[in-house]
Design a protein around this ligand. Structure first.
Ligand SMILES: Cc1cc2nc3c(=O)[nH]c(=O)nc-3n(C[C@H](O)[C@H](O)[C@H](O)COP(=O)(O)OP(=O)(O)OC[C@H]3O[C@@H](n4cnc5c(N)ncnc54)[C@H](O)[C@@H]3O)c2cc1C
Length: 382
């Protein structure tokens, strides 16, 4: 793995860092308090080409490789995990799935708008009764002439109330993984109701929704990928999606370290900066080690993808490590801040709250361990 960034990758990272410092960091606390990021940020992400990274230019994408994608995702995670999540879902889970599995018509219809930030996508897999056991989902799609009619409910859907298109997973056949198909459903389709989920611990600026489907009728050509292969569509999206979540976690760890170092060198106790106390330096060093380790694991996944090598297990390793490390790092940074870390005049409390979901979604830490264990042993312990 080459650890030196190309000129193009370094330029993308600088562009993202500058954008985050100007357009996101100054507003992150206000958006968190208001429980909504400024929706204008979506068009800005599109205008800079960030929402089109790795998507071919012929579909409105901006090209670029997976390391460039990871660098941008990390920077967004450093600025605000709510904004990072908008991109990870709309580009990472939805646009990339359309690019990989879609027909020419589906690509032409959705990708240019998603890449430009004129539309957002959401990824609707989880249901009120099925989270980790996603293959047992109960939302059903029944064939009726030239259409499919969808009934059921989805829970915790990121971008749910803002998205123009939902990638929906529904049962079209037998029980279990094999009977699931994927559909691209315009969110203004009659019968689809979206309700905001309030009271989240973190990611407060991000729209999370419950979706209800009551006889939602879509044409046959709304199916993404072959009938009965919807679970493969979901798993292929999540394998890369975990790299994106992990990159966002690296951003949280980096932001935690920056904030803790700045505070420790300025705050004085016992007649000297707290950074001059060895136990405070230990906390900073612990965060730094987590930062470097998590970042290298994420970059390895991007490198494997670019070289066309298997990356799924390494993506689980990166997601498991980086998400647990982000929780620890943000918590340690809060400790460095003492009582001031507990109020939202400083950002570290938000980092703790935002980091907490990372060990839960796109597969909990327990699920990542089962995926890694299965790859090691060939034994399925789910
Ligand atoms: C803010 C937020 C945004 C989200 N965004 C999306 C989204 O955009 N799209 C989407 O589809 N979903 C989304 N999710 C849902 C998320 O992916 C699920 O919450 C997650 O997969 C876990 O499912 P669950 O909450 O039903 O927990 P459960 O599956 O009920 O798990 C509960 C506990 O049991 C453990 N457990 C379960 N099975 C096993 C097992 N076999 N062995 C050991 N332990 C096990 C879990 O690890 C966990 O600790 C989001 C969730 C949140 C909170």
């Amino acid at each position: 793995m080459n650890l030196e960034l190309s000129e193009e990758q370094a330029a993308v990272r600088e562009l993202a860092a500058d954008f985050v410092n100007r357009e996101i960091v100054p507003h992150a606390t206000a958006w968190d308090r208001a429980e909504e990021v400024d929706r204008g940020i979506v068009k800005k992400l599109g205008a800079l080409g960030f929402l089109g990274l790795t998507i071919p230019e012929q579909y409105g994408g901006s090209g670029g490789d997976h390391l460039a994608y990871v660098l941008v995702t990390e920077e967004l995670g450093r600025g605000d995990s709510s904004v990072r999540g908008l991109l990870s879902v709309s580009l990472g889970l939805v646009a990339k799935s359309i690019n990989h599995w879609g027909t020419e018509e589906q690509k032409q219809r959705w990708l240019p708008r998603l890449c430009a930030g004129e539309a957002l996508g959401c990824f609707a897999l989880t249901e009120p009764g099925t989270g980790s056991d996603a293959g047992n989902l109960t939302t059903r799609a029944v064939r009726d002439g030239d259409s499919w009619v969808i009934n059921g409910a989805k829970m915790f859907i990121t971008n749910g109330t803002w998205a123009e298109v939902a990638l929906v997973f529904a049962r079209t056949g037998e029980a279990g993984h094999q009977g699931v198909s994927a559909f691209l459903v315009p969110t203004d389709t009659p019968g689809l109701t979206r309700t905001t989920v309030h009271g989240k611990l973190g990611l407060r600026g991000q729209p999370t929704a419950e979706l209800a489907f009551a006889d939602v009728r879509v044409p046959a050509d709304a199916m993404l990928g072959p009938e009965g292969k919807g679970f493969n569509v979901a798993m292929s999206a999540l394998a890369k999606g975990r790299m994106s979540v992990a990159a966002g976690c690296v951003g949280i760890i980096a932001a935690s370290l920056d904030a803790a170092v700045a505070y420790a060198t300025q705050r004085e106790q016992f007649g000297k900066p707290i950074a001059a106390h060895q136990l405070v330096q230990e906390m900073l060093a612990d965060i730094k080690v987590e930062l470097d380790a998590a970042r290298l694991l994420v970059w390895r996944v991007a490198d494997l993808i670019e070289r066309g090598l298997p990356f799924q297990t390494e993506s689980s390793v990166a997601k498991l490590y980086a998400s647990e490390a982000a929780v620890k790092a943000a918590n340690t940074a809060l400790q460095v801040f003492g009582g001031y870390g507990f109020i939202d005049e400083y950002p570290v409390g938000k980092y703790v709250r935002d980091a907490r979901v990372m060990t839960l979604y796109e597969g909990t830490s327990q699920i990542q361990k089962l995926l890694i264990g299965r790859a090691l042993t060939g034994v399925n312990a789910f």
